[in-house]
Design a protein around this ligand. Structure first.
Ligand code: DAT
Ligand code: MG
Length: 148
């Protein structure tokens, strides 16, 4: 089953949005297989956002993501990578549709509440960066019979 890496960023944690965000993915029918509240080191932040190294906002991005705890998660389900991206909304909350996480909760691109892997390759890479294999839990959920 497809897996993705999702993370409530420091602004979402501080604003008390963890529960609402987790709830949206649960209600959609996805299955949580890993989660932890953690701090991100500068090293991990630079690695995670490596693709943006040359962008003018890179320093700001690293400072922001290391500015407080994040809630890192791995979710599983059919098409979870692209469906979760859709549920997050556009990168800039001003362009994100109402009903999406960024559309409902955010105002500015620098504090856009949630991260989600954008492809199967980045999902594998990011899950590996944030979670050890033994931190992911394989279990069957009875609810799945009513979803699939
Ligand atoms: P996404 O998080 O939707 O995958 P991205 O990978 O292009 O977006 O960028 C990573 C993060 O960098 C994004 O969530 C917020 C920040 N960011 C992107 N574009 C920005 C910009 N023009 N100014 C400031 N921060 C930006
Ligand atoms: Mg991205």
């Amino acid at each position: 089953m497809e897996k993705t890496f999702l993370m409530v960023k420091p602004d979402g944690v501080q604003r008390g949005l963890i529960g609402d965000i987790v709830s949206r993915f649960e209600k959609k029918g996805f299955q949580l297989v890993g989660a932890k509240l953690m701090s991100i080191s500068n090293e991990l932040a630079e690695e995670h956002y490596g693709e943006h190294k040359e962008r003018p906002f890179f320093g700001e991005l690293v400072d922001f993501i290391t500015s407080g705890p994040v809630f890192a998660m791995v979710w599983q389900g059919e098409n979870v990578i692209s469906t979760a991206r859709g549920m997050m909304g556009a990168t800039n909350p001003k362009d994100a549709a109402t009903g999406t996480i960024r559309g409902d909760f955010g105002l500015t691109v620098g504090k856009n509440i949630i991260h989600g892997s954008d492809s199967p390759e980045s999902a594998v890479r990011e899950i590996g960066l944030f979670f050890k294999e033994e931190e992911l839990v394989e279990y069957s959920k009875l609810m799945n019979e009513w979803i699939y």
